[in-house]
Unconditional design. Sequence first.
Length: 150
Amino acid sequence: MRFNLNHLSNREQILTAGLILLIFCISVIFAISWFNNQNKILEKENQNIISRLNYIESIPISVTSNRNFYSNNISILVNSTSKDKNIQIDRTQPLNEDSMMVWVNEVNFIDLFNWMVSMGEQGGQIEKINIRKSKKDKVNAQISILLKTN
């Protein structure tokens, strides 16, 4: 059975056309609203990326000059930065001349994070990391560290 608009009275035809127009307008409004929200989300992501890039550009040259100090020995980098951040290393295992595996137990996550940032600033690169929660606010970690080459 087909719908035939000619069988309806003038009043019903006007109401049907008005209903179709109303549904179309509501659909357009919702589509515009959705696109606007997506645009705002993308703008926030763009601002975050720009602020991160600005931060990276603002890192002083002195930080990059520290990398030359550790350029020959990964163990010096790991040991000196762990002492600076009061990180107790349980075990280390050299993987090759430019990388090593480090085990750290019962450390505060924030201290571990700050230590990894410090190593990154001084020429280390985290290749792999495995973190497990051990106690209320402590974690255990296995970290594979690579010495960056300039």
